[in-house]
Write a protein that binds this ligand. Structure first.
Ligand code: CA
Length: 227
């Protein structure tokens, strides 16, 4: 999942970037409001972490720009302010959650995962497709109850599929959500990675190829979502 971090404190931004990368997110950073407003409106992110006090444009205005340009992905606001009126303004501008500085890094990860889970529509902590389970809270995959060993890239692709079950995902969709914008993988790379995931799953039909279009995670009718 691809996350935009907007924070003008360069040291804090770097720390957030490292923590979120370690947690398996693809992370891009912007340090000022204008650039953040543009990036959010142009690039397909899955979530954002947004500071409120920013140079060139304040965080609330950035958030309003994103929402007006049709970006619906969840936004976690980070701020030193903890006045009730600021929180109300944040939620009114379209924020999904709020974290007051100082905070523990791990809490950002937990809140991001919770926001993404809610945004995927199910609200479930365990996403299922047949014998495949993805525990969103721990970011672990199991296949028939056994831990599934995946590389970082395979994990990112499969997590993206689990958050979009049954949807047609093009190669562009997949590459945009699992790679940073400065990395444009060879078009064959996605096919190779999906081939490896299929072999590891031992259920080649779980991820179906839609000829000339992309891929789709097929949910067997027996799968239920568990909270
Ligand atoms: Ca700031």
């Amino acid at each position: 999942m691809r996350v935009l971090v907007v924070e003008d404190d360069v040291a804090l931004a770097a720390q957030l970037q490292q923590t979120l990368r370690d947690a398996g997110f693809v992370v891009e950073v912007e340090h000022d409001g204008e650039a953040a407003s543009f990036a959010g409106s142009e690039e397909p992110y899955d979530a954002a972490v947004l500071d409120l006090g920013l140079p060139t444009k304040d965080g609330l205005s950035v958030l309003r720009d994103w929402r007006e340009s049709g970006c619906h992905w969840p936004v976690l606001i980070l701020t030193a302010r903890n006045r009730w009126s600021d929180k109300v303004a944040g939620f009114n501008a379209g924020a999904d959650d709020y974290l007051t500085k100082p905070f523990v890094m791990e809490e950002v990860v937990l809140r991001l995962r919770a926001m993404l889970r809610r945004a995927s529509g199910s609200g479930a902590t365990v996403l299922r497709a047949g014998d495949l389970e993805y525990d969103v809270a721990t970011s672990r995959f199991t296949w028939q109850g056994q831990m599934l060993g995946l590389t970082a890239q395979e994990h990112k692709i499969l997590a993206y599929f689990m958050h979009h079950p049954g949807e047609l995902l093009t190669r562009t969709d997949i590459s945009e959500h699992v790679y940073a914008r400065d990395l444009d993988p060879d078009s064959n790379t996605i096919d190779v990675l999906i081939g490896r995931i299929r072999r590891k799953l031992g259920a080649p039909n779980l991820i179906a190829t839609e000829r000339g279009q992309g891929f789709r995670l097929c949910i067997p009718p027996s799968s239920a979502v568990q909270s």
